[in-house]
Design a protein around this ligand. Structure first.
Ligand SMILES: [Zn+2]
Length: 254
């Protein structure tokens, strides 16, 4: 959950910069340290300003006795700032983590990640090369392999494959050139859309009605197993693939 000596290392540090790599949040601290945060499957970061304004992101938590702006039974870490504002880290299943590393460790961790799918470097040729490296892999699992492509999670892997009309269980080697092209552009399109509307579950907590982020409304297959395909009307299937829930349409994904 947190690295050893976490409190002592973060005490009295200043936040210099916030960025992201793959699914990891990077907070550069004074004293040449980096705070790395991974929300994993159920983590949520909530910032409460001194005047009580709330902003945050991550996974929605549906629990009766849960208050996002206060310490609750899911709160794992609280960072208190000098202006009386604070950052809460809630996590139901405790897979998320916060880690403090030095520059050397930071560069090593960052170097292990693959291409950013929204970067210019992630062009069609590069995508073909990535597929060549794992020809025997099922395409969905390949998309989620962070050392190859950094930052495609379960939701966006399912959505990209649906958009490209490719079954998630297909082996990479069976993809035709036209399918590779369609999948490459679907990934870019879906991730751009997700960023533009603020992610899938971001903003959940600031909304009194508990509505999910706008991306949730744009999802075509994720969490729609057993419902009708929005493209052809067939019933969507749900399977487990690499331990993750996977939804697809057997009729319009080939
Ligand atoms: Zn369909």
């Amino acid at each position: 959950m947190v690295s050893r000596g976490f409190a002592a290392q973060i005490n009295n540090k200043k936040i210099l910069e916030v960025s992201r790599r793959a699914k990891m949040i990077i907070i550069k601290l004074s004293g040449d340290k980096y705070l790395l945060i991974h929300l994993k499957m159920t983590g949520q970061l909530i910032y409460v300003s001194a005047s009580g304004k709330v902003a945050g992101g991550g996974h929605p938590i549906n629990a009766k006795d849960f208050s996002l702006r206060q310490v609750n039974k899911f709160t794992r870490v609280v960072l208190n700032f000098t202006d009386s504002s604070r950052l809460l880290f809630h996590d139901v299943r405790r897979f998320g983590w916060l880690k403090i590393v030095n520059i050397k460790q930071f560069e090593k961790i960052i170097g292990a990640y693959g291409l950013e799918p929204l970067s210019k470097e992630f062009n069609l040729q590069k995508f073909r090369e990535i597929l060549q490296r794992r020809l025997q892999a099922k395409i969905k699992q390949l998309l989620m392999t962070q050392e190859l492509i950094a930052g495609i999670g379960n939701i966006y892997a399912d959505e990209s494959l649906f958009a490209a009309k490719i079954l998630p269980v297909r082996l990479a080697k069976t993809l035709k050139p036209a399918e590779v092209k369609a999948l490459h552009s679907a990934i870019k399109k879906i991730l751009h859309l997700a960023v533009a509307v603020g992610g899938t579950s971001v903003n959940t907590f600031v909304h009194p009605t508990g509505e999910r982020g706008q991306m949730a409304e744009k999802l075509k297959v994720y969490q729609r197993g057993g419902k009708k395909c929005l493209r052809c009307g067939a019933i969507l299937h749900k399977i487990k693939l690499g331990g993750r829930g996977t939804v697809f349409c057997e009729k319009c994904q080939k």
